[in-house]
Write a protein that binds this ligand. Structure first.
Ligand code: SF4
Length: 397
């Protein structure tokens, strides 16, 4: 068309390296990966293993668990053993925070990726009386960070494992707050400091996150991070998320506002929707976001009109019936429309259409072709028969 790529109807993802986490690849050459985190205590080895398995069964592709102490790090070895005994492999990620060097070194042996938080990895309690941060003090802290961090980088490199440099807006280091304020720039500089150390050690299995609980803050931070990384030649994948998004409809909307906006810009290679609910509930939201943007197709896409005064049948009820009969199929688009007011094009080129024709009669469509009219009471059965006749039906498990 001669128009810039941002006017295309497909998303062009920012080109990144590929980073392997266990048997899952993350990066622009691979589908956007869905991940989550268990909420069991890591010391509860059986509970944590069951939580990991539950998440995997819900479709979660990488599972994170928290590792706040050396005892937790050792428990991860047990969890890994139990998980491996109970089913297919699942890549595990250890979340390490305050002064976590020893913990990270231990747990790196038992997981596929370690997540560190640059604001807490070398953590000094903030001094409330501080009025300045001298360049000499900053340099000394940078030196200490480098010395502390290098053994972990070397170990991950040696074991060919991955690292997430996971910045959180709410836990920036005191030095960063002094130099850049509580800003997306401070978040980006925090990550870049750790990225540069990895780069110096020729370690590149890195994924970056810039989470914040407010969508506009995380949007700015991820955009700036991608821009700065591309400027400096660091093409690392991004892990997207809105932290502390809450629960229910608004938690989902808030997460989607942040995650989908970036994905639509081509940013993001793995996502986590953080809900204050059972972690399994996050997974359909992740897949829904990816499907809505055309990034992954893992379920039937239903195209349905909102209904209006022209609607010729109980649209809500019929959509519910059609969904109940077909939602185990993947890769199909099915339209349910109250009337054909604007022609079959309104069905967004669905594979099949169920459309109100006259009171008591519906029309079935294959693509834009009208296949036939049937009494409304037989509509759902006729739709299934059509899908079967086309060889696109599978029996529900
Ligand atoms: Fe109304 Fe027909 Fe549009 Fe549905 S498709 S909203 S019934 S005009």
């Amino acid at each position: 068309t001669g128009l810039p790529a941002r006017f295309d109807t497909v998303i062009h993802r920012r080109k990144t390296r590929s980073v392997r986490v266990g048997d899952v690849w993350i990066g622009s050459d691979h589908p956007v990966v869905v991940q989550s985190m268990i909420n069991e205590d890591t010391l509860d080895v059986e509970g944590a293993s069951a939580g990991i398995r539950r998440l995997q069964e819900a479709g979660c592709e990488i599972v994170r668990l928290t590792v706040p102490s050396l005892a937790h790090a050792k428990a991860v070895a047990e969890i890994r053993r139990l998980v491996e005994k109970s089913g297919p492999p699942v890549p595990l990620v250890a979340d390490v925070h305050h002064n976590g060097m020893k913990i990270a070194l231990e747990v790196a042996n038992h997981v596929d990726k370690v997540r560190i938080n640059p604001g807490l990895f070398v953590f000094d309690k903030p001094d409330p009386n501080r009025t300045e941060f001298s360049p000499a003090e900053s340099a000394a802290i940078a030196e200490r960070i480098s010395e502390t961090f290098e053994p972990l980088v070397s170990l991950l490199k040696q074991q060919d494992k991955a690292l997430r440099i996971g910045v959180n807006h709410g836990s920036l280091a005191e030095r960063m707050l002094f130099n850049y304020g509580d800003t997306p720039l401070g978040m980006v500089e925090s990550a870049l400091e750790f990225i540069r150390i990895c780069d110096r050690l020729d370690f590149h299995n890195i994924i970056i996150s810039m989470k914040a609980s407010r969508a506009p803050v995380m949007l700015a931070a991820y955009r700036l991070m991608a821009h700065r990384m591309d400027e400096e030649g660091f093409h690392y994948p991004l892990h997207l998320g809105v932290t502390e998004a809450g629960d229910g409809d608004y938690g989902r909307i808030k997460s989607t506002a942040g995650i989908a906006t970036l994905l639509a810009d081509g940013l993001g290679d793995t996502i986590r929707v953080s809900l204050t609910e059972a972690p399994e509930k996050e997974i359909p939201v992740c897949y829904g976001i990816l499907q809505a943007l055309g990034l992954r197709k893992t379920m039937v896409e239903y195209v349905a009109c909102p209904s209006c005064g022209r609607t010729l049948f109980n649209l809500e009820e019929v959509l519910h019936k059609v969904r109940a009969a077909t939602d185990h199929l993947t890769g199909l688009d099915i339209a349910v429309m109250g009337c054909i007011v604007n022609g079959p094009g309104e069905m967004a080129d669905a594979d099949y259409g169920y459309v109100g024709k006259t009171p008591g009669t519906i029309s079935l469509y294959r693509g834009r072709e009208e296949i036939g009219r049937v009494p409304e009471a037989e509509g759902v059965e006729a739709l299934i028969a059509l899908i079967k006749a086309d060889g696109r039906w599978v029996e529900p498990q």
